[in-house]
Design a protein around this ligand. Sequence first.
Ligand code: FE
Length: 152
Amino acid sequence: MSEESVTQAAGQSKMEKSDEEWREELTPEQYEILRRAGTEPPFSGAYTYNKDAGMYRCAGCGADLFSSDDKFESGTGWPSFTTPAVAEAVELRPDNSLFMRRTEVVCRRCGGHLGHVFDDGPGPSGQRFCINSGALDFGAAGAAGADSRPSG
Ligand code: FE
C-alpha cells in the first residue's frame, strides 16, 4: 500500500526524507536554507568569491547543479550563475512571499531550496541564478570523487 519513496522523474531518482532525517543529516545552516527556504546573509557564504574550476552539487542530495563555467561575479554577495549545469536538475517555482514576486530555484531530486532566479543576468539566457552557498557542496575539478575516468 505504501508509496515508493523513490520515484523516477526526468531520468533521475527522487529523494524523499522525513524532516527528522534532514535535521540529522544537515548542518543547522544547511537545514535552514534547504528545508526552510532560508537565505544566508550576503557575503557570508563560502562560495561567493570561489573561482576554482569544478561542480557545485546539492548539499542535500549531491546532485550536480551548477558549473564553475557559468559562475560570474554579480556583486550581490551570493554565488551567481547564468544557467544550471543540468537544466532538469532544478525546478522553478513562483514565490510570492515577503511581498515580492520572485522565482524560487529548487533541487529537483530532493526538493531542497537553493535560491532564486532573476532575469537581469549577463549571459545569453538573461538569467541570474542567485544561490545560497549553504545549499551547495563544491567539488574541484580533478579532485578525488570528481570525474576520474582513466584516460587513454
Ligand atoms: Fe538536492
